[in-house]
Write a protein that binds this ligand. Sequence first.
Ligand SMILES: CCCCCCCCCCCCCC(=O)SCCNC(=O)CCNC(=O)[C@H](O)C(C)(C)COP(=O)(O)OP(=O)(O)OC[C@H]1O[C@@H](n2cnc3c(N)ncnc32)[C@H](O)[C@@H]1OP(=O)(O)O
Length: 527
Amino acid sequence: MATATTIDDRSSSEEVQVSNGAPSVEGTQKPKKKKTNKKKKKKVAKIETDSAEDSAAVAPIEPAQITPVVSAPSSNSVRDLEELLRQLAMPRDKPQQKSMEEYKFWRTQPVTKFDEKIDDEGSIDAPKTPDEVPDHPYPLLKEFEWDTLDLNDPVQITEIYDLLYANYVEDADETFRFKYSPQFFDWALRAPGCRPEWLVGVRVAATKKLVAFISGIPMHLRVRNTTLPSAEVNFLCVHKKLRSKRLTPLLIKEVTRRINKQNIWHALYTGGVILPSPVSTCRYYHRSINWAKLNDVGFSPLPPNSTRAKMISKYLLPAKTSLPGLRLMERGDIDQVYDLLVTYLSKFELAQVFEKDELLHWLMHDHGLNGKSNDANDPDRVIWAYVVETEKGAITDVVSFYKLPSTVLGNAKHDSINIAYSFYYASSVALEAPSRADVAVTAKLKARLIKLFENALILSRDLDFDVFNALTLLDNPLFLDELKFGAGDGYLNYYVFNYKARPIAGGLLPDQSLDVVNRSGVGAVML
Ligand SMILES: CCCCCCCCCCCCCC(=O)SCCNC(=O)CCNC(=O)[C@H](O)C(C)(C)COP(=O)(O)OP(=O)(O)OC[C@H]1O[C@@H](n2cnc3c(N)ncnc32)[C@H](O)[C@@H]1OP(=O)(O)O
């Protein structure tokens, strides 16, 4: 899942419900629609028919329970970033308010309970075989039917796009929307080994309209010393008109069934929502690149004590990159990049264990493949990876970011905001000591990452990105402050299905500020 955010500054106790708001950094507060929690009388349709554990399906969760809530910011908060995130990002729920018992679906699933004491890490369910898994999908009401989405069919890619565009994440005023592209789905969902049947859709039987979706792709997940064949589950979406009707539990059970049929019993997933129970929680940080544009579209109000010129100059970056040997990654780099990145990721407690072809896919997609050029300026490009190569041809660093823009509706000057998300990176400096706790190497790594990400920001600016987002995972706490990333109060929770694990650091201290000493144990970057 992409991002979640709310407002950083908790000085005000007022809570304003927004889905995703317009961004603003360090600015004055943009008036927001204040929603009340009026219960709308809704006709409730039960979509599933035989779910014993989710028999509460007839009693819908009130929308208020899943509406992201933010604290109103004060004028000196990093609002432009915050708000921008909100529209970029995943919706966020209120802080966890439900007890375990109230999670009528999740309390039935093999997940860690809140406050569960974990002595031994390991699978929750007893081992099963695919034969024990039902062969047929879970029943739906006759008005709906299951489908498998085919990414080879441009029409079906467009259907996923349309569903997510209108229903995935947007701001309260419906001004900003994720602007997925067919290329993005091709990259995100067509990972090596992907199973067509793990792209699960629900259609209206009569019209065949796609009204819900969930996806899985295969991966190997390492939790500390244990590597689990797993699925990465993402892009869960239910059409707005079908919300609170308990379709989500069915989608999750159906994708679980299809994944279990492949003898896979674990999954990694993320969300802004609090579910039982996060193994880690990271925080969003945002770095304005094109402050003037963010201001033009109303995302970044001018702080009362500042001027437009001051704000623009605050976020100015050097004219050119400064790392000698920095260049776009090529397919021939994969052996060195693989060794570097895999060794770096082995230092983290939660990480994907990549095969070489997987890493190549995630860092390069199809660029430089089958006659397709490896052009940084390809307008269809969604992932950029850069390497730093010495004169002797040794690759010492790799850094990457992906693109997920947002449409701006109703603005005369700009129709979209271009957003870069930090993805995988590694530096050979990190490998100079066996332990991440080594103080001297950490200081050296900090200096190197500041340089590496300053260069990534310059490249992003030259590629016309307006803002650069990063979480507090990996070693990111070492460079976020220094490079003028602003703290979001959007948090991304990491979950592992059917696996008990002790908590993993998310790069944050108890007061939610950056833990620049210990950093994060999370080495898995999710879309
Ligand atoms: C081994 C293989 C295992 C594979 C499976 C691994 C698990 C994968 C898990 C999925 C990972 C997805 C990763 C991503 O893609 S995260 C992205 C989620 N998508 C969005 O936020 C897009 C906009 N929102 C929507 O489309 C809907 O609001 C959704 C679909 C989110 C909920 O629709 P609705 O509001 O109409 O709800 P309901 O009446 O159908 O169902 C209510 C139940 O659903 C639980 N709920 C609500 N939100 C989420 C959520 N984000 N993850 C898991 N569960 C969620 C909720 O607690 C309640 O259960 P309980 O509280 O009663 O217990």
